[in-house]
Design a protein around this ligand. Structure first.
Ligand code: HEC
Length: 186
């Protein structure tokens, strides 16, 4: 293999070295990484691109915003979706259990009212006693008036259940009912 083609081969001590160019696709990915690194450097190091700290701050703000509104606007509940949830089998029974365990001490064993208002009459302090209103006041509570927020403590279905239980006692007229509080709701 003597040097009739000096451009392609190189021989030394009987060892032949070929000159094979890199494939074009390979070269292009290589060039693209260089171009990418160049743009990246200009954007993030010299320009105004956000640092990891900035990105973290934005993400944390988003989390805080979601947390702040999470209970208020909660899942996508509508009066109809709640109706369907309340009417599921066993909801009223589950609600009765929850009520005895968590609510009776303040609203009375017959929902007649004690520290908290009567929940069977047509007078309501918070909203118009729609399913949405009841779920919301139970979830968020009225801490300054002594009604604890149950959202952090009870599962969604438990809140639905106890709401369904309260509605099932509407107009039950228990003995020793507390005086009306709030606005009459038809
Ligand atoms: C520590 C006492 C306490 C406990 C326990 C309690 N509540 Fe209340 N609740 C209150 C008070 C006080 C109010 C009235 C708040 C106000 O004056 O705005 C109230 C208000 C309510 C209202 C709104 C009534 C209205 O007229 O708008 C609902 C519904 C209600 N509670 C449901 C529940 C349920 C369900 C539970 C159990 C999971 C519960 N509460 C546990 C004290 C309590």
């Amino acid at each position: 293999m003597s040097s009739d083609n000096k451009d392609k081969f190189h021989e030394y001590d009987g060892i032949i070295e070929h000159d094979n160019p890199m494939p074009t696709w390979w070269l292009w990915t290589f060039f693209l990484t260089i171009i990418f690194a160049f743009i990246y450097f200009i954007h993030y190091e010299l320009g105004g691109g956000p640092t990891l700290q900035d990105e973290l701050k934005v993400a944390m703000q988003e989390i805080e915003k979601t947390q702040a509104t999470a209970t208020a606007t909660a899942p996508m509940e509508t009066e109809e979706s709640l109706q369907a949830a309340f009417e599921k089998d066993g909801m009223v029974a589950l609600g009765a259990q929850q009520y005895v365990a968590k609510c009776a001490s303040c609203h009375g064993p017959e929902l007649q009212g004690l520290i908290g208002p009567n929940l069977t009459d047509k007078y309501w302090l918070h909203g118009k006693a729609t399913r949405m209103d009841i779920v919301k006041v139970i979830r968020d509570g009225v801490p300054e008036k002594g009604m604890p927020p149950w959202g952090p403590v009870m599962k969604k279905d438990e809140i639905y259940a106890v709401s369904a239980f309260i509605l099932s006692k509407k107009g039950s007229n228990p003995p020793g009912a507390k005086e009306p509080q709030g606005e009459a709701v038809e």
